[in-house]
Design a protein around this ligand. Structure first.
Ligand SMILES: [Zn+2]
Ligand SMILES: [Zn+2]
Length: 175
């Protein structure tokens, strides 16, 4: 295989994994898989959370692909792409946003600030429903996410004295 073919597979898999992660987070973790993910939306002591089981389960796929890829090279590079995504994810989500491992860097501008804000807005809702921003590397503008959040909030849970924009029909997001 030529180097550009290998690179194309890796890049494709990183992008594919972002789509996969979004869908899994949106429909599995905030759906029937909430039992494990719930721990990630709650305060807790200790370093591990039940949600980490997802990382272990998802790691099985590239491990299998690395082994099978010894016989068919494209799969090996696909496995590498998934692993690269896992590394980026661990950095952005676990270290940058949740400051695991004692990592303390608060970006003041640019892409990383946007990612940080977007995922913090994901955690703005405590429960399973009404959350926004389920992706990780592609994040919408904080203002858009805040509008979505407002539209998702049940009338009964709206803060007292909420500003008038909460009732603007144009902010309504179809679920
Ligand atoms: Zn979540
Ligand atoms: Zn998180």
């Amino acid at each position: 295989m030529a180097w550009f073919e290998k690179l194309a597979i890796v890049v494709f898999m990183v992008l594919f994994m972002e789509c996969f992660a979004w869908a899994a987070h949106r429909y599995v973790m905030h759906g029937w898989g909430w039992g494990w993910h719930k721990s990630h939306h709650e305060d807790h002591d200790g370093w591990f959370e039940k949600n980490d089981l997802y990382a272990i389960v998802f790691a099985i796929v590239p491990i299998v692909l690395f082994v099978v890829g010894l016989r068919w090279e494209p799969l090996w590079w696909a496995a590498l792409g998934i692993t690269v995504y896992g590394g980026i994810y661990a950095f952005v989500h676990d270290m940058l946003v949740h400051q695991r491992g004692g990592f303390r860097w608060v970006p003041k501008q640019g892409y990383f600030k946007r990612l940080l804000q977007a995922h913090r807005l994901h955690h703005a809702v405590e429960g399973k429903d009404g959350t926004v921003s389920h992706g990780f590397l592609f994040a919408r503008k904080p203002a858009v996410l805040k509008a979505q959040l407002r539209a998702n909030v049940q009338p009964a849970r709206r803060p007292v004295g909420a500003e008038k924009t909460h009732t603007m029909p144009t902010l309504a997001v179809k679920k």
